[in-house]
Ligand binder design. Sequence first.
Ligand SMILES: O=C(CO)[C@@H](O)[C@H](O)[C@H](O)[C@H](O)COP(=O)(O)O
Ligand SMILES: O=C[C@H](O)COP(=O)(O)O
Length: 950
Amino acid sequence: MNPVKALEQHDQAVWLDFLARGFIAKGDLKKLIDQDGVKGVTSNPSIFEKAIGSSDEYDGAITTALKQGDRSVGELYEAVAVEDIQHAADVLRPTYDRLEGRDGFVSLEVSPYLALDTKATIIEAERLWGAVKRENLMIKVPATRQGLAAIKHLISKGISVNITLLFSQQVYRHVAEAYLSGLETLIANGGDPARVGSVASFFVSRIDSAVDKQLDDKIAQADDPEEKARLEKLKGKVAIANAKLAYQDYKRLFSGDRWAKLEVCGAKPQRLLWASTGTKNKAYSDVLYIEELIGPNTVNTVPPATLDAFRDHGKPRDSLEEDVDDAIAILKDLENSGISLQSITDTLVTEGLQLFADSFDKLLGAVAFKRNTVLAGQVGTQKLALAADLDKEVKSHADEWRKTGKIRRLWDFDKSVWTDTDEDKWLGWLNSAKAEQSKLADYADFAKWVKARGFTDAVVLGMGGSSLGPEVLAETFPKQDGFPKLHVLDSTDPAQVRTLEQSVTLGTTLFIVSSKSGGTTEPNVMKDYFLSRVGEAVGADKAGQHFVAVTDPGSSMEKVATEQKFVRIFHGDPTIGGRYSVLSPFGMVPAAAAGLDLTKLLELTLTMVRSCGPDVPPSENPGVQLGLAMGCAGLAGRDKVTISSSKSIADFGAWAEQLIAESTGKDGKGLIPIDGEPLAAPGAYGNDRLFIDLRVDGENDPAHDAKLAALEAAGHPIVRIVLKSPDHIGQEFFRFELATAVAGAILGINPFNQPDVESAKIKTRELTAAFEKSGALPAEKPALSTAGVDLYTSESNAAALREAGANGTLDSWIKAHLSRAQSGDYVALLAYIERNGTHIDSLQGMRLAVRDHRHVATCAEFGPRFLHSTGQAYKGGPDSGVFLQITADDAQDLPVPGQSASFGVIKAAQARGDFDVLTERGRRALRVHLKGDLAGGLKALDAAVRAALN
Ligand SMILES: O=C(CO)[C@@H](O)[C@H](O)[C@H](O)[C@H](O)COP(=O)(O)O
Ligand SMILES: O=C[C@H](O)COP(=O)(O)O
């Protein structure tokens, strides 16, 4: 007789420790049931990893699932795994029915990531039980301390459980106890125990592998031949002895009064199931762990090769209760040899969890890869070309992130991923795109209202995080028919305010006042100004009808907006910091007002959110990959994150800049984003760059590509990101948000605070308060005053510059100042003037001259805008900045209604406040105040810069 089938006569059930889609579909499982009498199937993460991850058998199913709509990697895995389990359960159903529920089960394991979390295990087990919907299902739960509590609960709810990763007799007794007490609760609550099945999966071969290793060490150390022989005799014996003794426990636990009471109600004993029964040591019989463990009321789950071997040459006999005394002696002998079985079995549980988690990581990575392939192009692609050293660092961090489950912890709001302070309070952005989806109807109503009102223009008044996201949307998307043109004003420069005013028709303009805190100076004074101007145009009582506010609940802005009868107040989410707020009302309200397709924007964004999800291991997770590259590059001194973006998304860098700089630049550490520097030949750069290139598919620029290729060939790390279309911009917002948070963790900082922005704000407030009191800003003494310029700096900076040759000319000061920039430093031009094409060109000319002559990174920024962006990193980040602040006389100032400080005064106070903090921190900073005609002043400065460099 077929030896496998013959096991029935010994009252032992054979299950198959294997599952795969084609195997079931082709009828192979059915054949084993019919021919071998197989009565069950077990699966585990390693089995699914082999089935799904290492074959293309599931590609069709994954494609079909995705055709019904995108879903997360975890959901995709579960969809196909649940189908497989259902198919197996259906094939086993006749067995289950024939044996009246005593056999015919298929097992599905809960995620190994949850093994140490009782509550999460219970939730997942109940969910899987509900999803598979088969009576002959068993949910597998590991026998950890936390698992035991879950097992008891699940049994009490009538869910059949297979307890896995069981190695020790002591733990087995707890497992049986959990089952018995679970049944007692079930019965007490009126449940039917006859419907509950359970097995305790006791692992064998892994024990021998671990014990034999220790025995071999001892044998190698032993001098006495007798001792060597004694130890040798124990090899390959311990696992079976351990299992035999567990079986003696089984017999005791499932007899007697307690059990009788349960049995009478219809309860079935929880059978011992021998798992890990494939022989690992080739010196042993390949059917060892079947032949030696045959006994009534047990199960052996067998891998296919072992099953084939046993069918071929297995010799069944009732072996389980043979030589029980010998088994006791073997374990005693082992203990006497100084080998602790308890410590081995404890380790095996930990290792087992890690092995299943490793398999699950691999499996989810493979599913993520397949999802990506099917979605081809719908998710922006990302290619990392990192030089060898950096690549190695990134891979090693990725592995550390995988092993320690950091991406899951991050998504779980675990602040210990960062500095363990209050990071958990600032992670609302992780779920904001999803949350915004639930408000689509409201945004549609708002958009309808905007359209119906016939607004020609919509102007966002805000700073930093509140303005730069909307600015990207305004610059990336064309004006939509029937909707207003979207503008952004983020300045206190009088000329800039006036230019904006002249570019719109006040009577048909909607103002969106955006301030999370509500207390920021700029949006408040801009709002005061335009409320008054609109009042003049349409009547003070109607002005509020042109204003909406976006602000966090309870802010001072909310109060003011209510008093001033704004049309609407949209609430931000207080768990999202400004720089992470674009995929929240701060981005969505302006987008809705401009008539953008929010449904599409968010849907596309969510595809990236899923790609970056907690279930996507670091190696396949684009946000984590980018963040690791940024963080590791920073640690390696490549801390100038140089961003280039193709034409239609050219403004993206300005948003990314505020995110990266304000998040990471603090505590003397951080990344310095470099935006707007066109690429040059490798010779223009030092070794402090990481290049991130974003392009919209089809926006080809061969010259740019050639430069990137040359940089790559010269050993600079490059990240290339390709967006399918500008509509996919939301994906990049999320990718960069996650990447920045990850980079923050690598750098060891809290990416969600901005301590040094605050210090400049305090200084500015002190200066404006002084102005309100005395009618003038406190006097200051220039280090040099010429007809065209006044130069200011701290005494220590002035002394250093004089020593370096600064004398009575602008050129000499600029020369001395720029010569302070050494390799690895950056030079930042910080201009408190109108941000317009001419001035941008002017700053660009100077910065590129500096870069090309001194081979340092350069920044060209406009104040006060950059104070809410890169300003944090300039003051709080690494001390590698050389700052040239540029201020100028305002040709024409502009009053702010209701206060004596004008726009010009506020701007001057902001420039001085920031400069004071820079110099107080000992940073290398020089302020050039251009007197008289601004164009002429900039020209003179340009000449001085070029002279200094030549
Ligand atoms: O736990 C069960 C059945 O309940 C099995 O699926 C169990 O996971 C497997 O037998 C083992 O993981 C296989 O172990 P090994 O052969 O890799 O040592
Ligand atoms: O990035 C944020 C800016 O500092 C503006 O802050 P706010 O939105 O609270 O006005």
